[in-house]
Design a protein around this ligand. Structure first.
Ligand code: PGA
Length: 257
């Protein structure tokens, strides 16, 4: 089975609405570099979703960086899946390591979010990955297996085609350091085997698994040409439209014309 590659930008807490608008206009001028063989998404702060929905190139889908699992309620400051769906959001990042570490989000809460995103017909981008200490102790496989199993506990095997997993080693995020592409391939292949063991082979073959952590135009294709790596989740290098378009070209094996 061929899985479509996905390039997803995670803007984190960067860009005002005016800056987001500028990005969309610049990316629009490079829209021929966003080949239809792959999928693209940007995940801006909530405040820029409405504007980007109107002005992003049509090849680029909209994503959110977080969501609350409940449909509504007394949760000051939170956003529900229905609110995101109404704004044309297709993807929702769930369980990013910054949310796990800085906002104390545990595996169970992450699992609730995955379930509610899937239930609404949106696509979760479930982030998993070991931190530096865990890597040094040789626990990368064990950590990603635990996070993946926990987050997918209530997900049926046939729902996996609508799911994206991103392997993001915490020590690689924003650091300029990456695992080797072969190393990332091995961990991602392990994640796929964990999914196969718990959800069945068909689901494991269809789930898309991205690599994330210090991806940029000059290294993206080293990762995305590995057999089990179906694209990239990119922070810093997704903030500039030219860099985003250059990564799209490189991921698709093309050069700028
Ligand atoms: P980075 O961030 O590309 O800036 O390392 C990746 C992420 O946090 O998703």
């Amino acid at each position: 089975m061929t899985r479509r590659k996905l390039l997803a930008g995670n803007w984190k807490m960067y860009k005002t609405v005016a800056e987001a608008r500028q990005f969309a206009e610049q990316l629009g001028r490079r829209s021929t570099d966003l080949a239809a063989v792959s999928d693209y998404a940007v995940c801006p702060p909530f405040t820029a979703l409405q504007t980007l929905r109107v002005i992003l190139p049509t090849a680029v889908a909209l994503g959110a960086q977080n969501v609350h699992p409940e449909a509504n309620g007394a949760y000051t400051g939170e956003i529900s899946v229905a609110m995101l769906a109404e704004l044309g959001v297709s993807y929702v990042i769930v369980g990013h390591s910054e949310r796990r570490a800085l906002f104390d989000e545990g595996d169970e809460f992450v699992a609730q979010k995955v379930a509610s995103v899937l239930q609404a017909g949106l696509i979760p981008i479930l982030c998993v990955g070991e931190n530096q200490a865990q890597r040094e102790r040789g626990q990368a496989f064990e950590v990603v297996a635990r996070q993946t199993q926990a987050a997918l506990a209530d997900v049926a095997g046939d729902a996996l085609a609508g799911l994206v997993i991103a392997y993001e080693p915490v020590w690689a995020i924003g650091s300029g350091h990456t695992p080797t592409p072969v190393d990332a391939q091995q961990v991602i292949s392990h994640i796929r085997s964990v999914v196969a063991d718990s959800k069945g082979a068909a689901g494991a073959v269809s789930v898309r698994i991205l690599y994330g952590g210090s991806v940029k135009p000059t290294n993206i294709d080293d990762f995305t040409h590995q057999p089990d790596i179906d694209g990239a989740l990119v922070g810093g290098a997704s903030l500039a439209a030219d860099s985003f378009a250059d990564m799209a070209l490189a991921m698709n094996g093309r050069v700028r014309g």
